[in-house]
Design a protein around this ligand. Structure first.
Ligand code: COA
Length: 417
């Protein structure tokens, strides 16, 4: 039997400040239900200049390595998926490699394609191990980003920031990925982009929703065909998507996951020759969404969009909430990067998943945050990227943090503690 490969351990890093979405809605003169129900957001992470992509990535990586129990000398590959890097040439991965003092004898680079960059890294790592090139070594893949659309823009309530680091290894303790069973979809579209030199993304939000739904249809159908061919799911007897215990989607805002799930069910129904009756299906999709998708949205609703890490934030939240009852069950994952490229893949929850996800201390990391007012959030959002830093807070939960502290001789400087 082929060895299993997948996500062995996970580490999460988020900014220490957040805003409440009802407060943001009131400040913008918007009905709070639009943000909380229409977009599905409860809270939104706010990164200050010291909490840049490198600082978040390094902290998540340190936590993932600590949770993994794996000797760092076994690392052979470090990939950072990001669309908010800090240099046109030097990758975020290189900074992380130095900050964590990782072994010299390893491959280190970034991957970029909007929010898909992290999954590009996961796939490269899984296939590196499956090919035999890893030669017993393990990979560290970090998804790290700061999502900024700007104050008082339609995208404002869908910002966020954070990093999820994943240790990819043989015999994984969290999720064994179905290697070689995936579907991809790509198109050259301008739904979201960020011209060189700009901190804020350009987005045609409603068009992006359409691009996402178009992509999930093609990617899901590709996965479904291969999953049936390999005997992972049965070809007949109900909707194929219902054979998946849970589905985690890329979540630019939580409500997007529901739209995606309705679309996946529509693919199943129409491909089976059944008519698509919107009203009937809406009710069925609501029930299916509640069971199969909603459990993965808890963390996303409290942090916001973290671009490359968004899918894995959903996975982390799902496993934190339900790993014990999902052991041995298959879940679907859909990664979407605007521009666009995307991939639908799947994996099986490992027997040790509950114990392993507990090592990520997710509840503790969330509880350590500080809620800030809307004026304070607005003050932070307009700070230049090299703004003077506020002092380290004195609370012990910051042990192990990294911070960007300025530029010297054109070189970015970081402090750690
Ligand atoms: N109560 C409940 N729901 C409400 C509401 C209220 N008072 N007012 C509006 N809503 C609902 C709308 O019906 C809509 O839901 P639906 O899409 O299911 O119909 C939702 O809230 C959003 O309203 P909408 O008018 O579409 O919002 P908007 O025009 O301000 O823009 C986005 C919303 C998501 C398009 C915008 O925030 C955006 O562009 N975000 C960036 C998205 C992104 O990152 N894309 C790229 C990566 S995939």
């Amino acid at each position: 039997m082929q060895a299993q490969i997948g996500i062995h351990a996970l580490g999460l890093a988020i900014p220490r400040r957040y805003v409440d979405m009802e407060a943001l809605a009131r400040a913008r003169g918007v009905e709070p239900a639009k943000y909380t129900q229409g977009l599905g957001a409860r809270e939104m992470a706010v990164a200050e200049p010291g909490e840049d992509t490198v600082a978040l990535a390094a902290l998540a990586a340190r936590r993932a390595l600590a949770a993994s129990g794996i000797d760092r000398e076994r690392l052979g590959l470090l990939i950072v998926g990001t669309e908010t890097g800090v240099d046109h040439s030097k990758p975020v991965a290189s900074f992380v490699h130095g900050l964590l003092g990782l072994p010299q004898a390893m491959r280190v680079y970034d991957t970029q394609h909007a929010c898909y960059g992290g999954t590009a890294g996961v796939m490269a790592a899984v296939e590196w191990i499956a090919s035999g090139a890893a030669d017993g070594r393990v990979a560290l893949v970090i998804c790290a980003d700061i999502a900024r659309y700007g104050l008082r823009t339609p995208g404002e309530p869908t910002q966020g920031a954070g990093a999820v680091a994943l240790v990819i290894a043989n015999d994984p303790a969290l999720l064994a990925i179905d290697v070689g069973v995936s579907g991809a979809a790509s198109s050259h579209v301008h739904d979201f982009w960020r011209p060189l030199g700009r901190r804020e993304a350009q987005v045609d939000g409603h068009y992006s929703v359409q691009c996402y739904l178009d992509a999930v249809s093609t990617a899901y159908r590709g996965w479904r065909r291969r999953a049936i061919d390999r005997g992972l799911i049965a070809a007949t007897g109900g909707l194929a998507s219902e054979r998946l215990a849970r589905l985690c989607y890329h979540v630019p805002f939580c409500r997007m996951a529901r739209k995606a799930h309705v679309q996946v069910r529509r693919c199943d129904l129409e491909d089976a020759g059944a008519p698509w009756e919107a009203e009937v299906e809406d009710a069925a999709a609501l029930v299916a969404h509640g069971v199969q998708v909603e459990p993965s949205l808890g963390l996303c609703a409290r942090i916001g969009n973290i671009y490359t890490g968004s899918l894995y934030l959903g996975l982390a939240g799902l496993l934190d909430a339900q790993a014990g009852s999902l052991v041995g069950q298959r879940i679907g994952l859909f990664s979407y990067g605007s521009g666009c490229t995307s991939e639908f893949f799947s994996g099986v929850v490992a027997p040790d998943a509950a114990a392993q996800i507990a090592a990520a201390n997710i509840a503790e990391i969330l509880a350590a945050r500080e809620r800030i007012t809307i004026p304070e959030y607005e003050r932070i959002m307009v700070l230049p990227p090299t703004a003077p830093l506020v002092p380290w807070p004195s609370n012990a939960s910051d042990a192990g943090d990294f911070r960007f502290v300025g530029v010297s001789n054109h070189q970015r400087q970081y402090a750690g503690r």
